[in-house]
Design a protein around this ligand. Sequence first.
Ligand SMILES: [Zn+2]
Length: 86
Amino acid sequence: MENTMKRQKIECWQCKRIFTLLIDTAGEPTLTKACPYCHAPLKLAFGGEPQNIITVMRGAAKSQPQEITVYQLPEILESSDPSLPQ
Ligand SMILES: [Zn+2]
């Protein structure tokens, strides 16, 4: 299966430091994580349009093409305070 895990640079909304988290771009478009520096809770919203990609497992006996949805992420993903209303 296509590897949808991505090392994503994230900017903390509170301390403004940039760090890297491993996130699943085929997962939920909104994730809640925590800053490794100041431990602030972070809400990460995947921007943009989701993209459907077709993956086929190579060499598998019963390989079925599989459609998965991934999100295109910017180089540095901004975070926001999850306790704030939208
Ligand atoms: Zn922080």
